[in-house]
Design a protein around this ligand. Structure first.
Ligand code: VGL
Ligand code: ZN
Length: 364
């Protein structure tokens, strides 16, 4: 059984909205997660919301430490503690779950952070020393319902979401983080990216909600996703040579004749390379049909690996389908009736999944 854990979707963590003041600890764009939560809830057998629920004199509040400011890091009973503005005070409007959040879809609310002397980022336990952390009851609740898989989203990526997901993993749950359903504080720039990396390294599966995902269509090189085109000017180094575009490389591989291959490699434009490659005046390799997919894979992979911008654009497409939008090609593209094989799109999606799984390595 799968459970959805919605972390701290509360007024104090969201910006100002219609009829709602800015939260005391407003996460930038924090209200964007509400719609994702509302649309996902109906697909889960168990939906749990956590609620940060502090007494008014909570020691995580900077106001409790004269001479200290919000954002300072202090030692609190032997633990590092970031000091926050007063927030989510029990019974206050700021502590309420957001109005726009479909509270009727929530099965259980788990409160945390009720001990004035210790903060509680995770929905499972407080921040106490290892082995002596107080439980919120969430683990027992999930186990009693036979939950083995949890999907986590909400606020904030770099605090409560992160610690909830890390605890879920260490408790043995098959844990997924819904990337488009989280927003973070980023007290130090990069905190959210680092939090995602940390979760990924701990075994959390970073996924997307899959909601509202239109396919990415590309064809012309000057358009938004034009770098996916084989005509885009991203040179690749393959077989010991530099090729001006993946098109040059792909077309040349059709031929055994080294002079003709070189002629294609040095063609002045990808369009000329394509014309030379399509000419049948020179015989093409007999096994071409059986190797052409791998040739294309090699070319596209090399382009993605050697050009950071291409990699970034590719990763930015999330889980969206990628389609080469051309009426002229029923094999590499979608073809005139949209029913083509779209092999180039399939290869891009395959490479996207591979570089995403490799995580950190591909970023450096
Ligand atoms: C949170 C800081 C303090 C959170 C809660 O929900 O991420 N962050 N309290
Ligand atoms: Zn808090």
């Amino acid at each position: 059984m799968k459970a959805l854990i919605l972390v701290d979707i509360q007024n104090d963590f969201t910006p100002a909205g219609p009829g709602k003041p800015r939260g005391a600890l407003a996460v930038p764009d924090g209200d964007a997660v509400i719609d994702v939560a509302n649309r996902l809830m109906p697909s889960y057998g168990l939906v749990i919301a956590t609620q940060d629920w502090h007494p008014a004199d909570h020691k995580s509040f900077a106001s409790r430490h004269p001479g200290r400011a919000v954002g300072d890091v202090i030692d609190l009973n032997g633990l590092e503690q970031v000091l926050w503005p007063d927030h989510c005070v029990q019974g206050s409007a700021g502590a309420e779950l957001c109005e726009a959040f479909d509270r009727g879809g929530i099965h259980e609310v788990v409160r945390k952070g009720t001990d004035p002397d210790i903060d509680s980022y995770s929905g499972f336990f407080d921040n106490g020393p290892p082995g002596r952390r107080q439980t919120t009851g969430l683990d027992d609740l999930l186990r009693s319902r036979g939950v083995g898989e949890v999907h986590v989203m909400g606020l904030a990526t770099d605090y409560c979401v992160k610690f909830t997901a890390l605890d879920a993993i260490s408790l043995g749950y098959d844990t997924h983080l819904i990337e488009d359903g989280v927003r973070g504080v980023d007290l130090n720039q990069g905190d959210c990216d680092r939090a995602l990396d940390e979760m990924r390294r701990a075994g959390v599966n970073i996924i997307r909600s899959g909601l509202g995902n239109e396919p990415v269509r590309f064809y012309r090189t000057a358009e938004e996703h034009g770098c996916f085109s084989n005509f885009a000017p991203f040179p690749v180094r393959l077989d010991g040579k530099c090729w001006p575009t993946t098109e040059h490389y792909f077309q040349a591989q059709k031929f055994d004749n080294p002079e003709y291959r070189e002629k294609i490699r040095t063609a002045n434009s990808p369009a000329i390379a394509a014309r030379l490659g399509r000419s049948r005046k020179i015989p093409i390799r007999k096994d071409w049909e059986s190797i052409k997919d791998d040739v294309m894979r090699r070319a596209v992979r090399c382009k993605v690996e050697s050009h950071e911008t291409v990699r970034r654009v590719l990763l930015s497409t999330g889980d969206r389908k990628i389609v080469e939008q051309t009426t002229r090609d029923n094999y590499w593209g979608c073809g005139s009736r949209g029913t083509g094989k779209n092999m180039l799109g399939l290869i891009l999606m395959e490479i996207r999944a591979q570089i995403r799984d490799r995580g950190l390595e591909s970023k450096t």
